[in-house]
Design a protein around this ligand. Structure first.
Ligand code: FAD
Length: 508
């Protein structure tokens, strides 16, 4: 008897086979030739066949903690529709149920339910995987969205954050203590996806990647065990979650290093026309060569208000306006299309990239690239030219978009760790580049994806290491050899040890 749904998995699977109404002995109950309940009558080839039925899921829901919710596809209520939303429309799927867990025990029970009934499941934190790594058709979603508590231990400079937190939750709470954690450049991205696979942000030059700052975690394993892991306890699992987390366990609590942060940092946005590419790249290289770890910059390549591809700079300085203006002088003295710069709290700067909010409303695809410094004008110009070509030749309906985001940080923070100190392997000075395309109609998908993966990504990657992918931009679509580099063998070995039945996301 399954302790959660009240049905013996053997019993359910018996009815999955041909026939289906033979007598079954279930514990001490001989059902004889009793007719099987209707909900076991769907055969595996039936489109509505799911292996778990509404009564089973309802019974299961009653075994979870009081503040949890199980939203059923069969009820299709507002709650289910809302919880199915994702940042990219492409990632919206129809699971059989969304389990809004409220405790690690709920996570463990859901994994046990799913695995004992051979139902596929995924874990969802911020829901930003564009192609749908946190959504599943006809399976179970373990939605961590109710688990967003953040506690700060100021004297130890440590943060304990639930596995469902968004980066903004952590930023806001730590700011009250004059502290900050390394995260991404947008507030509504989940710490689950972002931190476990890397996590590049404005503080990376100084303090490394988000994953480098994880000092311990509470995890739920594939067999439903709840474990605390760190360098001393289950150190192999701790090694593996830091880079390959979503392939191996569910992290329900992160213990993260926090760093002193002044009440105000400096940043904002400057837009330059594509015709200025040579002077902007020269100024960026001059700025970067100052090797100031407190300075970072995002460079977005994309369509500007005049319809032509241009450059938007998101400068960041962890310090005073005076020091920031000295650091960014080569860029500040250039003519620009528009500019908005000021001092503001660190949490605020992480909301500047938030538009269009948690749901973009578009179908979006990502890919990963990298660039070895320094930036080359011809390379960036060729990317801008291809984006202009996209607008004219590919975007025939005029409602599609494409772009690249290059993050320039000093390598100091990244290189504090060695290639094999954890599953995340990339320890060098290359700039991380995320490339993307967005479209509005489902039928445009093949054309948009082909253009992104066959034309734009190879061009963006032309000045980088072609054997390397950043999971958070490759969207976990492999190949694992490029996502984990020198660590792929050990990641595979630990995946086999901790997830022998491959119930979490596979290594491709
Ligand atoms: C608008 C936007 C801005 C971004 N900015 C940055 C940036 O500045 N820096 C950067 O490095 N990346 C950035 N990214 C990429 C981002 O890091 C990835 O998309 C990331 O995987 C999203 O995490 P999520 O939790 O929001 O997504 P989800 O879709 O919820 O999860 C992504 C994957 O992680 C797994 N997962 C999530 N939580 C857990 C958990 N607690 N335990 C185990 N597995 C879990 C999911 O199962 C899924 O496989 C950005 C993406 C977007 C869309």
């Amino acid at each position: 008897m399954c302790q959660f749904c009240g049905v013996d998995p053997e019993f359910a699977s018996f009815f999955d086979k041909e026939g289906g109404n033979t007598s079954v002995v279930n514990g001490n109950t001989n059902l004889g030739d009793q007719t099987a309940p209707n909900y076991f009558r769907l055969k595996p080839d039936h489109p509505r066949y799911t292996k778990l039925t509404t009564p089973q899921l309802t019974t299961f829901a009653s075994k979870l903690s009081p503040s949890s919710n199980v939203l059923l596809a069969s009820h299709q209520g507002d709650g289910f529709q809302k919880a199915s939303q994702r940042w990219s429309k492409q990632a919206i799927k129809t699971p059989m149920a969304i389990v809004q867990v409220a405790s690690p025990e709920d996570v463990a029970k859901t994994i046990t339910l799913a695995t004992s009934h051979q139902v596929p499941f995924v874990v969802k934190c911020g829901g930003h995987s564009p192609s749908g790594a946190s959504s599943v058709e006809n399976g179970l979603v373990i939605d961590l969205g109710l688990m967003r508590q953040v506690s700060v231990k100021p004297e130890e400079q440590l943060v304990i954050a639930d596995g469902g937190c968004l980066y903004g939750d952590v930023c806001k709470t730590t700011s009250e203590y004059g502290l900050a954690c390394v995260g991404g450049t947008t507030s509504h991205v989940g710490i689950g996806g972002l931190s476990l696979a890397g996590g590049y942000g404005y503080l990376t030059g100084e303090y490394g990647l988000a994953v480098d700052n994880i000092v311990g975690a509470q995890v739920v394993t594939a067999d439903g065990e709840i474990l605390w892991v760190n360098e001393q306890k289950h150190s192999d699992l701790f090694w593996a979650i830091r880079g390959a987390g979503n392939r191996i366990a569910v992290v329900t609590k992160f213990i993260i290093k926090a760093h002193p942060m002044s009440s105000q940092v400096w940043g904002g946005m400057i837009q330059y026309s594509g015709t200025q590419v040579a002077s902007v790249i020269e100024a960026l290289n001059t700025w970067y060569q100052q090797k100031d770890v407190k300075a970072a910059a995002g460079v977005a390549l994309g369509k500007m208000s005049d319809g032509k591809a241009g450059l938007t700079l998101f400068p960041f300085y962890n310090g005073s306006q005076e020091n920031a203006e000295v650091s960014f002088a080569p860029l500040l003295r250039l003519p620009h299309l528009s500019q908005e710069l000021s001092t503001m709290p660190y949490w605020k700067i992480n909301t500047l990239g938030d538009q269009p909010g948690a749901f973009s409303g578009a179908y979006i695809e990502f890919d990963s690239a990298n660039i070895a410094p320094s930036l080359e004008t011809n390379h960036i110009k060729s990317m801008l030219d291809l984006l202009d070509d996209f607008a004219v030749n590919v975007d025939v309906d005029g409602d599609c978009n494409a772009g690249a985001y290059i993050l320039l940080v000093q390598p100091d923070g990244i290189m504090k760790q060695g290639h094999s100190d954890m599953a995340f392997p990339w320890r060098d000075d290359h700039f991380d580049v995320g490339v993307s395309t967005a479209w509005q109609k489902q039928e445009q998908a093949p054309k948009m994806k082909t253009w992104l993966h066959n034309q734009f990504q190879p061009l963006a990657n032309a000045q980088g290491d072609k054997e390397r992918l950043y999971c958070n931009h490759s969207d976990f679509n492999g190949p694992a050899t490029k996502e984990f580099g020198v660590n792929v063998g050990k990641v595979q070995e630990l995946k086999t040890k901790w997830d022998p039945k491959d119930v979490f996301r596979s290594l491709l």
